[in-house]
Design a protein around this ligand. Structure first.
Ligand code: ATP
Length: 333
């Protein structure tokens, strides 16, 4: 383990990665975490985390309740001090350069405070003045209202807005200081699918213009859609990491789900992954196979065994399957 002696004179680490849109990005690592430990009393909320995010990419941080996501975000945003280990934002240590780091980051979610009695525009202008933009605050508010298409909301009091609209104003507020790294803490929790999708578009556009995004989410689909790279935390450690495609590769193969009559369960030509899901006279059975060719063969064998299939799905693993797999196997522990 390393003592907390990091400083910005150390050489910045460089990275070169390709994003999910196929963009090649390189430069100093925007977020670098090395052997990070954070203890609350005798509880190790983070127990040796290493990760990195290249500029202009989105890093997804996933994990069950209590896995350490909030502690990680709070440490990256200078609100919690590492017990040991090193955290750099844009090459700056979060402990020794905390004020500079704070000027370079934006945070949405549970920490952002909007004034319910002010309009969306007034909130953005106020934040601009508080962060030292002075006379430029109005222009900055206008630019963000344009960029996030907030025209219909700009003159309304924030306290009267729907959850989805409020999230968009919250996101705009976090962008007032033109952050180079933006932290989105569960940005779409509770939003309807259309509002969620709208926010995803804005986030994708942000990374396209060079902002680095660190995202925590309960929605695995959100990480699948946005994140270039994902780390899965469990008990304060990295349980798995990679692109969404690489993580799905942990589970691998194809999943065949068939609905068959219950009395035919004894005739199945394969052993299902789990106990059949019974509904009256029918049961859903699932089996994971190596590839599409084997999936086709399984379906043929059901037919040859004379088992009438009333519903059939052949799917690739989702991030949910990765989560279930990690929980069941405990492979990382
Ligand atoms: P959730 O999804 O429920 O928000 P999380 O992944 O964000 O969970 P953390 O809130 O970072 O997880 O918590 C990690 C561990 O640290 C948990 O065991 C939690 O009980 C513990 N913990 C978090 N904050 C404190 C605190 N202030 N004092 C003591 N223990 C804490």
């Amino acid at each position: 383990m390393r003592d907390l002696k990091g400083n910005s004179d150390e050489p910045q680490q460089y990275s070169r990665v390709s994003t999910r849109q196929g963009r090649e990005v390189s430069g100093p690592v925007a977020v670098l975490v090395e052997d990070l430990h954070v203890a609350y009393g005798t509880t190790w909320a983070l127990d040796g985390v290493d990760l990195a995010a290249a500029p202009g990419t989105t890093l997804g941080v996933l994990g069950h309740n209590g896995a350490g996501k909030t502690t990680l975000i709070r440490t990256l945003t200078t609100l919690v001090r590492p017990t040991t280990g090193r955290v750099l934002i844009d090459g700056l240590d979060v402990v020794t350069h905390a004020p500079t780091v704070r000027r370079r980051i934006g945070v949405t979610g549970q920490y952002a405070g909007l004034d319910d009695f002010l309009t969306a525009r007034e909130n953005l202008e106020l934040i601009g003045r508080l962060t030292g933009l002075g006379g430029r605050s109005r222009d900055r508010a206008d630019a963000l209202i344009d960029r996030l298409d907030l025209h219909a909301l700009a003159a309304r009091r924030v306290g009267e807005l729907s959850g989805g609209s409020r999230r968009r104003v919250d996101l705009a507020a976090s962008l007032v200081g033109s952050p180079s790294v933006l932290f989105l803490d569960e940005p779409t929790t509770g939003l309807d699918p259309i509002a969620r999708s709208g926010l995803w578009d804005v986030v994708a556009e942000l990374t396209g213009t060079g902002t680095t995004v660190v995202l925590t989410t309960q929605y695995l689909e959100e990480a699948d859609r946005l994140a270039d790279h994902i780390v899965v935390l469990d008990h304060g450690r990295v349980a798995a990491r990679g692109t969404a495609t690489q993580l799905k590769g942990i589970v691998g193969g194809k999943r065949v789900t068939a609905t068959v009559p219950t009395h035919h369960l004894v005739d199945l030509p394969f052993r299902p992954d789990t106990d059949p899901d019974r509904h009256g006279d029918t049961a859903r059975v699932t089996v994971t196979v190596d590839d599409a060719t084997t999936a086709t063969a399984i379906v043929s064998r059901l037919d040859r065994a004379g088992i009438p299939v009333t519903d059939l799905d052949v799917t690739s693993p989702s991030l949910d399957d990765v989560f279930t797999h990690l929980a069941l196997t405990g492979a990382h522990r």
